[in-house]
Design a protein around this ligand. Sequence first.
Ligand SMILES: Cc1ncc(COP(=O)(O)O)c(C=O)c1O
Length: 381
Amino acid sequence: MSGWSSSRVRVSVPFLDLCREVDYLGTELLDAAERVIRSGSYVLGQEVDLFEQEFARFTRTENCVTVGNGLHAIELALRAWGTGQGDDVLVPANTFIATWLAVSACGAVPIPVDPDPETLTIEARDVAARATPNTAAVIPVHLFGLPSDVPAIRRSLEGRSVRILEDAAQAHGASVKGTPVGGLGDAAAFSFYPSKNLGALGDGGAVTTNDSRMAESVRLLRNYGSAVKYHHEIKGGNSRLDELQAALLRVKLRHVEESNRLRAECARRYLEVLADVPGIALPAPPPVDRSQVWYVFNIRHERRDELRSMLKREGIGTTIYYPEPPHLSPAYAELGYGRGDFPVAEEFAATSLALPFGPYLRVDEQDTVVDSVRRAALALS
Ligand SMILES: Cc1ncc(COP(=O)(O)O)c(C=O)c1O
């Protein structure tokens, strides 16, 4: 450890500074916001209609139905299929807990599948092995921007009536064999939480699907079960994207490909410069058919918590995605899982660390990050 805390001038690097994008898009966002504010129409109006059309085009799907957030996108998609009590839904053991919570909210039971240690997505062989006659659906999560191999999962489930719902909250713009996420499964759920590859300036979500009937069901469910005002076909709820967020998302959608390209550049630099640092494991290259979009950049280290503290002292912000796998959280104690049940998810939770990352992280900041990581890792080696 000697020499670790040097007298160098410290430049802090935040984990994520969302103001950078706002500065970059400045007037475009302000013009869009002013347009909505002056329109007098704030819920389910023209901006939502147009964003739904534009996002359907982006995902090359026939239908996009926006909702209030990504959690509701998953839940309403499952409800639209009638998923509920008595049903099991296969979910990754390593995901943000929202994937599981949406299943529980429908009354179904989440059944965890341990991910592949390299891709960190659930793979066809493991999905098929966990499927039973009670399995109504599987939710592959395109985690950290790497798409799950949904076509292979579909093939592995042939002959069973199991629906595939992509959780695409972290992968706007990723694709498998040239097909964008959103149209790989029977439906897909997106989040537009501010930090996402396509993020609103508040909450937002969407369901995309090529099944028009299913899309209509989600449309009813998000708006009190109503397509015609004060006529209620089913017992729906309220989960709507507002006009302001839709208008801001329309601006950001125009820039998402460029922003994903900048993310990839940052990832490429990190991969290159950190390759020889002792004790650090880097993300594996994606399988050939899968095109990733880099939501976050995770490294792994046996002594992750010490590494994190050292980086913090240097002013380097980091995050852990996610420190507690859902099966070990108190929220899911009722399922009776314990430590060791899903070892890949548990190992990742114990060793992973997300570095400062994003389309507008400056090169000098990236240099500061890799310099600090290298010195901290050497001190720990
Ligand atoms: C994988 C995954 N699924 C679902 C969600 C839920 O999205 P939201 O925060 O918009 O409800 C998120 C994001 O937070 C996520 O990362």
